[in-house]
Ligand binder design. Structure first.
Ligand SMILES: [Zn+2]
Length: 122
């Protein structure tokens, strides 16, 4: 396993800034202005030429992270509604969870892939 050049303390910052897991400087995703389009990754880091997508199916594991992030967000929505709005009818809980999943879908997609390439670098 290749060791990342990004120091451990900077890994979280690199993940949050959506930067390369190897150098921490190049952007992983291309700039997108359209809110409704899915994010597109660069094939390589523009700074250090680190290849992000090494093989077909490499990001399959990122789906599990995406699921975990969605479950976490739904848990937070549930706690907020349960303790913040106890008189709210029960039907609002799954509806607002669904709305939350849709609203965070784009960020969830990016975050899950970036966390995955940081956890399992080549
Ligand atoms: Zn890089």
């Amino acid at each position: 396993m290749k060791h990342s050049n990004v120091r451990k303390g900077h890994m979280l910052l690199s993940i949050l800034k959506e930067k390369c897991p190897d150098c921490g400087k190049g952007a992983v995703f291309k700039k997108d202005d359209n809110l409704l389009e899915m994010p597109v990754m660069h094939e390589k880091c523009v700074h250090c030429q680190y290849v992000f997508d090494r093989e077909p199916g490499y990001f399959l594991g990122a789906m599990y992270l995406s699921y975990a992030i969605a479950v976490l967000a739904c848990g937070l929505v549930f706690l907020l509604l349960h303790y913040g709005f106890p008189d709210l009818p029960l039907i609002y809980t799954p509806v607002l969870m669904g709305v939350t999943i849709v609203l965070i879908a784009k960020k969830n997609y990016k975050l899950s892939r970036i966390i995955y390439i940081h956890l399992f670098p080549w």
